[in-house]
Design a binder for this molecule. Structure first.
Ligand SMILES: [Zn+2]
Length: 174
């Protein structure tokens, strides 16, 4: 019986080998510290904005998360321009950094980086018959697809309501 950590690390090496990348990978407390300037660490992240080129993972428990974040490192190394990894030209103000983070989360499901990283993670789990991880990443992909349809419909609906209200206000006063 192979321990979970060894199983996880073997997959991590395998993913990095598949992608021909070797970024530093940090875990746990060290990962949280490294990601601190970007906000709290959810499951994992790929840090690049300060030229870190580092993958941070909260735990050694999700191979699909590791595959997703390592794929970002691959995008950064091999497909820099098409995935739009532009370093900020000057030091961002706190305010600017805060809004760019909000904007990132609002557009998360539409972001080609995220769509590609999820697709890679799903392919990796499928190829390696990691049933549990494959199910998790598939759920994530379904949520993402629903949001790509649902968010625009919601926005159009909200805009229509606002427009209708404005129309009502104008006609009542007129
Ligand atoms: Zn991502």
């Amino acid at each position: 019986m192979v321990s979970n950590d060894i199983f996880f690390e073997a997959h991590l090496d395998n993913i990095a080998y598949d992608l021909a990348i070797s970024p530093p990978v940090l875990y746990g407390e060290e990962a949280k510290q490294a990601a601190k300037i970007y906000g709290s660490l959810d499951r994992g992240a790929y840090l690049w904005k300060n030229r870190e080129n580092t993958v941070v993972l909260k735990n050694k428990d999700s191979i699909s998360t590791a595959a997703h974040e390592l794929r970002h490192a691959w995008q950064h190394q091999y497909s820099h321009t098409s995935f739009n990894y532009k370093l900020p030209t000057k030091k961002q103000s706190r305010f600017h950094a805060f809004f760019s983070r909000i904007l990132y989360w609002l557009t998360y499901f539409f972001n080609p980086k995220e769509i590609d990283a999820d697709k890679f993670a799903a392919d990796y789990c499928r190829r390696n018959k990691l049933t549990y991880d494959l199910r998790k990443v598939r759920e994530q992909i379904i949520i993402s697809k629903i949001s790509r349809v649902g968010i625009p419909i919601g926005l159009i609906f909200m805009l229509s309501c606002v427009t209708y209200l404005i129309y009502l206000l104008i006609t009542i006063n007129g």
